[in-house]
Design a protein around this ligand. Structure first.
Ligand code: NAD
Length: 242
């Protein structure tokens, strides 16, 4: 059965494949930097931390099958994946909330080389507005809508406190943005055409804590005690899962 809702685009690339393409790209870029010209699916699998059958299947969605006995052409695969991910063009990104996290992101040099140009920084605090960070002057969040339109910003990173995140989210959507990367620990309500990716390191730590605890207790992990995808341990026997 074809599950259309799980497909990222009309061409039918599954979301799970899309989520692995950046891993392949990172591995391929590292190979290219070392001067590697071709790569087998096994080598790419090991470098990306994915199994090789999955690599072959994922790349077949891009129309890339490799050459038997030779493998994949590294540069061509980089081009194909970049094109599929929309990285052959530059994207203008804004960061809202220029505290500890926002300024660390603004100062990170790695986005530009991957096609993401930080084009605006916003904050609500008058002590922060006007500050120069990574070559940009922090602007007041009141200017959000006009700056988004003027600079063609297509992706917004939210790094405000949780209490401000939904309001910021509503405003950037009203200004026409449909892609949001949310670091605030809150689930944002958005219309269906808006894509939100969330990053929460404390959830990752909680999942690691779960596994540490299991290892310390020695016993096998019971099927009904796996954490769900947001890290909450389900206790099916208590009827708490959904
Ligand atoms: N996802 C993660 O892994 C992760 C890690 C660390 C922090 N966080 C979260 O990221 C957010 C930022 O953390 P931080 O340590 O940088 O906090 P911070 O307090 O240092 O910075 C928040 C900034 O947002 C600004 N702000 C507040 N309201 C605003 C508004 N309406 N519009 C624009 N700017 C506004 C503040 O003036 C401040 O400069 C928090 O929600 C925090 O919980 C997430």
């Amino acid at each position: 059965m074809i599950r259309r809702t799980h497909h990222a685009r009309d061409r039918g690339i599954p979301d799970a494949t899309v989520a692995r393409l950046p891993l392949y790209l990172r591995a391929l870029n590292a190979l290219a930097e070392r001067g590697t010209l071709t790569v087998s699916s096994e080598e790419l699998a090991a470098a990306a931390g994915v199994n090789s059958a999955k690599v072959r299947k994922d790349l077949s969605h891009l129309g890339s099958y490799g050459t038997r006995g030779v493998g994949y052409d590294v540069q061509y695969l980089i081009y194909q994946i970049s094109r599929e991910l929309g990285l052959t063009q530059d994207w203008a990104v804004a960061i809202v909330g220029v505290g500890n996290l926002g300024r660390a992101l603004a100062n990170y040099g790695g986005f530009v080389s991957r096609g993401f140009r930080i084009a605006a920084l916003f904050d609500a605090d008058p002590a922060v507005v006007g500050e120069r960070i990574a070559g940009l002057v922090v602007e007041h969040v009141d200017a959000l809508e006009s700056v988004i339109k003027d600079r063609g910003i297509s992706i917004v990173v939210i790094a405000t406190p949780a209490s401000a995140a939904q309001d910021v989210c509503d405003r950037v959507i009203a200004a026409g943005v449909t892609s949001i990367l949310n670091f605030a620990p809150v689930v944002l309500a958005v219309p269906p055409e808006v894509n939100v990716r969330k990053v929460d390191l404390s959830i990752e730590l909680q999942i690691l804590a779960f596994h540490e605890q299991r290892k310390a207790n020695g016993g096998p992990i019971m099927a009904d005690q796996w954490p769900d995808e947001v890290g909450h341990v389900r206790e099916r026997s208590m009827g708490a899962g959904s």
